[in-house]
Design a binder for this molecule. Structure first.
Ligand code: GLA
Length: 372
């Protein structure tokens, strides 16, 4: 294994173990996690593999096969760039009182870059499960996810919800992960499109617009403001949508419209899966996309064109997935239409003079685990 060879070469020793954590794609339930709502992501076949050994001191030495050099952190605050995601996990665990000392780590990632498939959550969770095992912390999957999110919120400074880290930590092969982001209850729901003659494709637009992070924080704030105005703890608690909309206007009104209806779409989609009506979920994917485009306003032309071209090519449904302003589209396609959808999306991009998007098949894959 490449990461083990690199560990030997870098640290002249065998790693104590090797762990893997995947990235994720979200089937539905977008911008609902930080509103105490519902999400339904699944793990992708790509992720981060980490070869790790504990140390007797508090030093952290790090190498990534996707970056140059070895980073030595005598103090975790010194971390820069990608190393902050790793340092953040050590800090989050130590701050929670766990007896975590230093480590030597080599990480190797294959999550497509810029695809919005949570390569950062994969890195955080891979490091967190490694430290969990090596230092005998006995954290369950959700506690691993919470520590990984704290790393991102407090140390990297991205105010994300719990979806990405939870998906990486708790997903199972052949299943999507239904999660109530208020109670943190989760359920692995069987999801096997292939058994219904369907394929899931991920269309990576290859763009990430510069405003992504600022707009994400702003959407969160708008949702909190709207909840306050409505006198509820979070938008999860809005039961009378018509009444709520009557008391709001402008952007806040649109945000509430999206979040409340998106939670219902997650529940409806679960109901269809339970009924074995996988072909019918496409309409909910389409509705989710329109709501994200028009009400939550986090789409962009590259995402919209990929969605429209997928549907024109014969997809049952398609939507942007993840935070928005770039990243990927997920599209549900009948087997016999896969080539037509690929051609349709590629042609639509070419017509506009945009670089061809990468298109990959994705089946629900396993969550974080120890490999060696
Ligand atoms: C990003 C965040 C998640 C979630 C999605 C939107 O991926 O990291 O917590 O809020 O955006 O659904």
């Amino acid at each position: 294994m490449r990461v083990v060879e690199a560990f030997r070469e870098t640290f002249q020793a065998e790693p104590e173990g090797v762990w893997h954590a995947p990235g994720r794609v979200n089937l539905i339930g977008e911008h609902t996690d930080y509103n105490d709502g519902f999400v339904l992501p699944f793990a992708v076949p790509w992720g981060v593999t980490a070869a790790v050994s504990p140390r007797q001191d508090d030093v952290v030495r790090l190498r990534s096969l996707q970056a140059d050099g070895v980073v030595t952190l005598r103090s975790l605050d010194e971390a820069e760039g990608w190393a902050r995601y790793v340092a953040g996990v050590f800090l989050a665990l130590r701050e929670a009182g766990h007896p975590v000392r230093g480590a030597d780590l080599v990480v190797d990632g294959d999550v497509p870059q810029g695809a919005g498939l949570s390569s950062s959550a994969a890195l955080e969770v891979a490091v967190c499960v490694a430290l969990n095992d090596l230092y005998g912390l006995a954290l369950d999957g959700m506690r691993v996810a919470l520590a990984a999110r704290r790393a991102e919120n407090d140390f990297v400074g991205m105010p994300c919800g719990i979806m990405d880290q939870a998906a990486s930590a708790l997903a199972q092969e052949g299943r999507a992960l239904f999660m109530d982001c208020r109670s943190l209850a989760t359920r692995n729901v069987p999801f096997d499109p292939a058994a219904h003659g369907l394929r899931l494709l991920i269309v990576n637009t290859g763009v990430r617009h510069a405003l992504a992070d600022g707009q994400y924080a702003r959407r969160r704030q708008e949702c909190e403001n709207a909840a306050k105005r409505l006198g509820v703890d979070s938008l999860r608690d809005v039961t009378d949508l018509a009444g709520a909309l009557g008391r709001l206007d402008g952007d806040e009104r649109r945000r509430v419209q999206h979040v409340v209806t998106e939670n219902h779409r997650v529940e409806a989609l679960i109901g269809l899966l339970r009924a074995g009506a996988v072909r019918e979920i496409g309409a909910l994917l389409n509705a989710s996309h329109l709501s994200l485009r028009d009400q939550f306003q986090v789409s962009c032309p590259e995402l919209d064109v990929a969605v429209e071209a997928s549907v024109r090519g014969g997809a049952r449904g398609a939507r942007m997935t993840g935070g928005g302003f770039g990243g990927s589209v997920i599209t549900l396609v009948p087997e016999e239409r896969v080539e037509a959808v690929r051609d349709s999306v590629t042609a639509a991009y070419a017509e506009r003079g945009w670089a061809a998007p990468e298109i990959y098949p994705a089946a629900p894959s396993a969550g974080a685990r120890r490999l060696i």
